[in-house]
Design a protein around this ligand. Structure first.
Ligand SMILES: Nc1ncnc2c1ncn2[C@@H]1O[C@H](COP(=O)(O)OP(=O)(O)O)[C@@H](O)[C@H]1O
Ligand SMILES: [Mg+2]
Length: 94
């Protein structure tokens, strides 16, 4: 069974379409790399999965169940975690 499915995820910021009907599937134990140029919509998609943004269209299915992830608390309860690719403490002066 798929651990996570994102189906037809669309996210708009005003006229800008950040995610345009994105499908993503993850099986338990898999590691995926999400690649794309700056502004391609990678962070937006992961923010949706983590409950920081809400998709305008599409659905998320976790372990076969359609879910509504409204907050990071919801995501963590479904064992979905996220840490940012840019770690601010790397840039701190000693
Ligand atoms: N909160 C926001 N408000 C308005 N536009 C946003 C917001 N977040 C992202 N965007 C826009 O959505 C597009 C995708 O951004 P993003 O998901 O950060 O791309 P990536 O992570 O692939 O570089 C970009 O055009 C970006 O400017
Ligand atoms: Mg990004």
């Amino acid at each position: 069974m798929l651990a996570v499915q994102m189906r037809g995820i669309t996210k708009r910021f005003g006229p800008l379409v950040a995610n345009d009907h994105i499908d993503f599937e993850l099986e338990q134990g898999e590691v995926h790399a999400l690649l794309g140029e700056n502004g391609a919509g990678k962070t937006t998609l992961m923010r949706i999965l983590y409950g920081l943004y809400h998709a305008d269209e599409g659905e998320i299915v976790v372990n076969g169940d359609p879910v509504h992830i409204s907050s990071p608390k919801d995501a963590i309860a479904k064992r979905i975690g996220w840490f940012r690719s840019i770690l601010p403490w790397f840039n701190r002066s000693p």
